[in-house]
Each structure stands twice: as structure tokens, then as C-alpha cells.
Write a protein that binds this ligand. Sequence first.
Ligand code: NAD
Length: 341
Amino acid sequence: MQKKSCQFSSKKVDYYFDADFSLLEKLAGKEHSVLITDENIYQAQAKKFKGWNTIVLKPGEAFKIQPTVDSVIEQLIEAGADRKTTLVGIGGGVITDITGYVAAIYMRGIRCGFVPSTVLAMVDASIGGKNGVDVGIYKNLVGTIRQPDFLLYDYSLLKTLPETEWVNGFAEIIKHSCIKDLRLFKELETRKLSFYKKDKAALSRLILRNAMLKSKVVEADEFEQGERRLLNFGHTLGHAIENMYELSHGQAISIGMTAACHLSATLAGFKETARVVKVLEQYGLPTYADYDAKAAFEVLQKDKKKERSSMNYVLLSKIGKGIVQQIPMTQLQTLIQELPA
Ligand code: NAD
């Protein structure tokens, strides 16, 4: 086990890498905790939940909505949860987003921790304190920024993770390398998903490196005034098409990153689109897709990154160097419609 901590504005968050699930008893305690998970994880990892008070939700993005939050709150009241209760989200990004949000608003805020169970949640979703729910097709429109108290990484959870979800998680890993870490990008170029699935030590290093990369970015800019915006690489268009076409998050942002590379070529002289596309495809991710660009632009107009008549768009000047550029909405509309499909 390797412990690390990050200091955010309101609290210090402890990370327990390469840990065992049983550590949760020390961090939270069975008597004063309520676990939140989904049906798939509850079934796949049944043993881990023995003796824990657990709320089991329906799986999937479609349930990351306010009615689910209301139902969790009702179950917490029924379970007698109070201000001293710790909520622990055991799951992928859907579960950690919902858990963090409920913990932020239940009794005006209770203690909360995460045990991420997907690669995506380990390297991204459970880190940084953003949480919330979707409203209709608008992703993460409602939520709060509030840090969890701890994150427990038990890699044995990944044994039951479906292949498609591994691929999903690598979209965020590739994103991190594109915006911040050329060395990581070069490592990814020489490897394949099957290598990381087999080599536990390499996977463990990869997850720690990515979790820390995201944490450092958030530590420097928790409330997204500058640097944190880089983490949205591929997400502007990605979020627009994610719920329009019921794509997985990784697939959507992979298509979004490909589009952002083309915009970077036009607006920032980026010359390595083909290299990024090759790595995305190497890890089983889609790059070019035939979507309704006009409809996607309509959805994109509601994106939180829009500021009046322009959008803060994340581009690459080179691999490992993300930049944020304000693009007027009228220009963005034309550029998106001209993207290669
Ligand atoms: P997810 O939570 O839907 O999990 C993917 C699927 O894998 C689900 O069907 C789940 O039941 C199953 N699963 C999870 N762990 C398992 C395990 N160990 N064994 C077997 N099955 C398992 O999806 P995700 O990709 O982890 O997260 C996507 C969500 O994360 C999106 O809603 C996205 O908006 C959010 N997100 C949030 C942030 C943030 O900063 N808050 C960042 C990135 C993504």
C-alpha cells in the first residue's frame, strides 16, 4: 500500500494506492457508514459488501439523474444516517458522481470517500471533487465541487471489469498524456491494453501516475479558472454527443479529442493529429464518427464552458502541451461543421 495526500482549498484528501478493500473498516467503519454502489458491482464483488449497510442503485449513465439522488436521500433517512455518517461510493464515475453530490447536500454535507472500481474512476472521475447529475441530455449540468475525504484503490476490483470499460478508462489516460505528459504518451505508444491488463505492477504505476497528474492540476486550480480547464480536452464536443447517441464516456471523448486535434491544427498549428488518432485506435477507441454536427452544436451551446458569445476550447499546441483558446461561437459552428467524419 502506498499513501499519498493532496491539499485542496477546503481539505486534505488521502489516497491509498494498491490497498485492500478491508482498509475501509479503518477509514470509515461499518457502524457509521453507508456504501453506495450499483447492481453490477454488487453482484460481481458480493463478498466485499458483506456486513456493510449498502444502497444498491441501477447501473448506468441513464440513472445519473435527480430522481436517483432523491431515492438515495430517502434511503439514507430510512437507514438513520446523520451528520456523523460517512458515505462511501464504490463504483465507476456514475456512482462516485452521485455519492459525492449526495454527501455534499445531505444534512448540508457529510463525510465521504470513494473506492473507484473502473479505470476511468481511478484515474479521473473520483478525483477533484466535481460531482453531480445530468439533466435530460445535458451532462453534469447540476452539481457541486466538494472534495472527498479519502480514496481507496483496490485493484482487485478490476478483475471483474468488462473489456469495454477498460477501453473507456484509457480514453482519459490518453487525454492526460496529450495535455500534460509527453513521456506517458510515448509509453502508451509502445504498449497495448492487454499489456497493462496482464502486468499488475505496470498498471499500478500507470494508475498512480494518472491519478496524481489529475490531482496536481486540480490542486493548482480547484475552481477551474485556468489550468483545470485543460482536463476538458475532448469533452466539449464529447459531452454533446455522449448522451445524444448514448455513447460511453470514453468513446465520446475519444471522438471529441480527434475533433479537437483537427481544430488545433487549424487554430494552433498542431501537426500530430495522426499520431494521437493512432494511439486512440490502438486502445480500441473510436476517432471519426458520422454524427449530426448541427444538432451537436445546439447541445454544445449549453456547455458550462460557454461564456456569452464564445467558448473556452482546449486545444493542443503539441503532444503533452494543452492550451485553452477562446473561440467565438459563430466561428466554432463553422469549424465543427467542416470537421472530417
Ligand atoms: P460507470 O460508473 O457507468 O461504470 C461503467 C460500467 O461498469 C457500469 O455498468 C458498472 O456497473 C460497471 N462496473 C463498474 N465497476 C465494475 C467492476 N469492478 N466490475 C464489474 N462491473 C463494473 O462508468 P465510468 O466510465 O466509470 O464513469 C463514467 C461517468 O463518470 C460519467 O457519468 C462521467 O460524466 C463521469 N465522470 C466524472 C468526472 C468527474 O470529475 N467527476 C470525470 C470523468 C468522468
